[in-house]
Design a protein around this ligand. Structure first.
Ligand code: GCW
Length: 666
C-alpha cells in the first residue's frame, strides 16, 4: 500500500468492464482552450487520474474544435451572481464530457468532481451535475509554529519546512493543495493563531510566498495569523494602539510589503485579547477598532480580516459560556465590511458536544464565520476513531429561531438568513508530517468531511462517510456498510464514555488524560469544578435564570427547549442544569444510574467498533487494517480509563455504589 499518502485521490484501476468501456469513450483527449495556471492543474489532474483509472495516457489539446470523445473544459462568461462563480457543470454534449464554469477554480472543482465519480465507478449515462459552493471562504486554519511544532497537532510535525524555504519547495505542498482543492477548499492560514511576529518579517514573507506559489495553482489563497503587538515587538514602535496613526501606517506598509511578494494574498486571521494574546483592549480600544484598523490596510486589495470571537475572562464567578456574546454582540454593525468574525463551535471550546454558540443569529450586521476543529484536541488525539461529520452537522442544523423556525446556524453562516456579503467556514487542520497526513487513518475522513461540508452543508454525514470510504478504503459494498456504520456511531460512543449527558470536563496540560480531579491553578476559571459543578447533592452547570442565565442569550423558543430540566434533551442536560444525583430522568434511571450506564455502554461499544472493523478486514489494505485495529485497542484501553476515572471521581461526590449490573472499577 501507500500507507494512506494518497488520501481519497487513489485513482485505483476501474474494475467493472462495462464501466471501463464507457469511460474509455471519453479518453481521446483533454480539451483545454485557455491557458491559466489553475486550469492547467485541472488538466494535469485529469491526466493523472485517467492514467491510473484506465491505464491510458491522454494528451491535452488547446483547440479541440469539433472533436468528440474527450473531456472538454469550457470557461463561461461571468454572471452577476457571485455564488455561481466557483460553481461548475458537468454534462455530456456532442460526444464529449464538458466541464464548464465561470472561473478556473470552478473548472478545477469540476475535474475533481468528475474524478470522484469515476473512482466510484458510477455510470456516465445521463451525466448532468451542477454544483456551487454555499459558502465563499472555505479554509483550513493551521496552528503551526515557526519551530515546526503544531499546537494540538497529533500527526507529526508541521508540513511547512520554514528552515528550507524559500529555496526548497517540498513536493508535498502540492499534494496538500490537490487534496484541499479536491474538496473545494480555497484558503489556508499557514500559522498558529497564537502567532509569532516573525511571520511579518521580510525573511518569512518570502518563505510564505514560496508556499503561496504552489497553493495558487490549485485555487487556494494563502493567509497568515498575526500577532497584534507586532508594531511594537517587530516594528520598534512604542505602542500597538490601533488608533495611533503610526501603528496604522505600520500595518498599511506591512500589508503592501506582503502583496509585493504575494499578489493574491488572502488576508489576516487574528486572535486578540484571548488567552493572554495582545489586542486592542490593551489600549482601551474594542475588537472592532482593532479589526477595522487592519481592514483599512487591506483597502487596496482583495484580502480580508478574519477576527476570532474566542474570548473569555479569568473570572471564577463569570460563566465562560456567555463571554463571546457579551463582548461581540454590542459591536454588531461596527465592523468594516472587509471583516468576518470567526466563531468557534461551541460557546466553551470544541467540546465533544456543546450547544451552538448564541452569537449565531445575534449579529445580523456582521458576517459570522464558523470555526470547526478538525484536529482531535478533545476527541482522543490520533488514538480514538471519532468521525466528526455528525458533530459538524448537529451544529449547522441547530435552529436559532432568530427569524422564526428554520433559522438554522447553517443559514446564518451561508449568508442566507441575514444577507451577509461574506461567508466563511474554517476548520482547524489535523494534518501533519506523518506519511498518512493525519496519524489515525480514519481521521482523514474528518478532513474530507469538513471540506465537503464547507462546500455544501446540506450533504449528510452518511453520504460523506460512504463517499470517503469508497474512495479511500474499499469499493466493496458490504465492507463499506460496516465501516460507515462504525464511523457514524463513533462520535456518540466517544461522548458516552467521555462526557455523557452534557457533562463538561476540565482539561489539564495536554488536554488528554482523564483527570477530572485536577486543577491547573494558574487561572481561577481553570479549576476542576468550574466546568461541571459537582458536589454532594448533584452535578451540572445551572444556566437558567436561577443560575448564570446564559440561556437568555438565545431566542425564546431555544430557551424553552432547554430551560426545563424535565424537558431538556438528555445530551444537553448538564450543560444547562444542576441535577440532583437521585433525580429520575426520562430513561427511568437516576442521574447517577444513567451516567454509569452511558459510561459503561460507551466503553463497551469500542469493542463493537472493533468488530465492525474486523468484518471489513478482507476488503481492506492489510497495512491500513492493522494500523486501525491497533489504534482501536488503544481506544478501548483508554475508554475504560475515562469511564473509571469519571466513575471514581463523581462517586466521591455522589457517594453511591456502581449499579450491580456493572463491574465496579478496581
Ligand atoms: O482550547 C484552546 C486550545 C488552545 C488554542 C485555543 C484557541 C490556539 O487548547 O490550544 O490555541 O483554544 O482556539 O485559541
Amino acid at each position: 500500500g501507500d500507507d494512506g499518502y494518497r488520501l481519497w485521490l487513489k485513482y485505483e484501476p476501474v474494475t467493472i468492464p462495462a464501466i471501463k468501456a464507457d469511460y474509455l469513450k471519453y479518453s481521446g483527449f483533454i480539451g483545454q482552450s485557455s491557458n491559466g495556471e489553475t486550469i492547467g492543474s485541472a488538466s494535469k489532474e485529469l491526466q493523472r487520474g485517467m492514467q491510473q483509472l484506465l491505464g491510458k495516457s491522454i494528451s491535452v489539446v488547446s483547440s479541440p474544435g469539433n472533436r468528440a470523445g474527450g473531456i472538454v473544459f469550457k470557461l463561461k462568461s461571468e454572471t452577476a451572481d457571485k455564488q455561481d462563480h466557483e460553481g461548475y457543470q458537468i454534462q455530456l454534449s456532442a460526444g464529449n464530457i464538458v466541464i464548464s464554469s465561470e472561473s478556473e477554480n470552478g473548472l478545477l472543482y469540476g475535474a475533481f468532481a468528475l474524478l470522484r465519480r469515476l473512482q466510484m465507478q458510477q455510470p456516465l449515462k445521463n451525466l448532468n451535475i451542477a454544483s456551487r459552493p454555499k459558502v465563499q471562504y472555505r479554509m483550513l486554519n493551521h496552528w503551526d509554529n515557526v519551530d515546526g511544532t503544531i499546537e494540538r497537532g497529533y500527526a507529526g510535525s508541521s508540513l511547512w519546512k520554514w528552515y528550507e524555504l524559500p529555496e526548497r519547495v517540498d513536493p508535498r505542498y502540492e499534494d496538500y493543495a490537490r487534496a484541499n482543492a479536491s474538496l473545494g477548499i480555497n484558503g489556508t492560514v499557514l500559522n498558529n493563531v497564537n502567532a509569532s511576529a516573525r511571520f511579518m518579517s521580510q525573511e518569512y514573507i518570502v518563505k510564505v510566498a514560496a508556499i503561496a506559489n504552489v497553493m495558487r495553482k490549485y485555487g487556494i489563497k494563502t493567509y497568515l495569523s498575526v500577532y497584534f503587538a507586532a508594531p511594537k515587538t517587530l516594528g520598534g514602535l512604542t505602542t500597538s494602539d490601533p488608533l495611533d496613526p503610526k501603528v496604522r501606517a505600520w500595518w498599511t506598509e506591512k500589508v503592501a510589503q506582503i502583496y509585493k511578494e504575494i499578489p493574491d494574498f488572502g488576508g489576516f486571521l487574528v486572535k486578540a485579547n484571548s488567552e493572554g494574546e495582545p489586542g486592542p483592549q490593551d489600549y482601551g480600544r474594542t475588537h472592532a477598532d482593532g479589526a477595522n484598523m487592519l481592514a483599512e490596510a487591506f483597502k487596496p486589495y482583495d484580502g480580508i480580516v478574519i477576527w476570532r470571537a474566542f474570548v473569555y475572562k479569568a473570572d471564577p464567578n463569570a460563566d465562560r459560556f456567555k463571554a463571546a456574546y457579551e463582548e461581540f454582540v454590542p459591536l454588531d454593525g461596527k465592523f468594516d465590511p472587509k471583516v468576518i468574525v470567526q466563531v468557534k463551535n461551541g460557546p466553551i471550546d470544541f467540546q465533544p458536544r456543546e450547544p451552538f454558540s448564541p452569537l449565531f443569529g445575534n449579529m445580523p450586521k456582521t458576517p459570522l464565520g464558523m470555526e470547526f476543529q478538525i484536529t482531535q484536541e478533545y476527541l482522543g488525539f490520533a488514538a480514538h476513531a471519532v468521525y466528526e461529520a455528525p458533530l459538524f452537522k448537529e451544529c449547522l442544523d441547530s435552529d436559532t429561531y432568530v427569524n422564526g423556525q428554520g433559522s438554522t446556524v447553517a443559514k446564518v453562516i451561508d449568508g442566507s438568513l441575514h444577507g451577509y456579503t461574506k461567508t466563511l467556514m474554517a476548520g482547524v487542520a489535523n494534518t501533519g508530517s506523518d506519511r498518512n497526513w493525519t496519524g489515525h487513518p480514519l481521521a482523514q475522513a474528518n478532513w474530507y468531511a469538513f471540506g465537503r461540508l464547507s462546500w455544501d452543508h446540506q450533504l449528510s454525514a452518511e453520504q460523506i462517510a460512504d463517499e470517503w470510504t469508497r474512495l479511500t478504503l474499499t469499493r466493496d459494498q458490504k465492507a463499506r456498510g460496516h465501516v460507515v456504520n462504525m464511523l457514524l456511531r463513533s462520535r456518540e460512543i466517544y461522548v458516552d464514555y467521555n462526557t455523557p449527558l452534557g457533562l463538561s470536563r476540565p482539561w489539564m496540560g495536554v488536554h488528554f488524560a482523564p483527570e477530572p480531579w485536577q486543577s491547573r491553578g494558574s487561572r481561577p476559571d481553570w479549576t476542576a469544578t468550574y466546568y461541571h459543578r459537582a458536589d454532594s447533592t448533584g452535578l451540572g452547570f445551572d444556566r437558567t435564570t436561577g443560575g448564570s442565565n446564559a440561556l437568555a442569550q438565545y431566542q425564546l423558543q431555544v430557551q424553552k427547549q432547554w430551560n426545563n430540566p424535565d424537558k431538556t434533551a438528555l445530551p444537553y442536560l448538564l450543560w444547562f442544569h444542576y441535577v440532583g444525583w437521585d433525580k429520575k430522568l426520562s430513561t427511568g434511571k437516576t442521574l447517577w444510574g444513567e451516567l454509569c450506564t452511558r459510561l459503561y455502554a460507551g466503553a463497551d461499544s469500542v469493542l463493537w467498533m472493533q468488530k465492525q472493523w474486523d468484518l471489513a478486514k478482507v476488503n481492506l489494505d492489510p497495512e491500513v487494517y492493522t494500523n486501525v485495529a491497533q489504534r482501536l485497542k488503544v481506544q478501548h484501553r483508554e475508554a475504560l480509563w475515562w469511564r473509571d476515572a469519571w466513575v471514581l471521581y463523581l462517586q466521591s461526590f455522589a457517594r453511591q455504589p456502581v449499579p450491580a449490573e456493572f463491574e465496579a472499577p478496581k
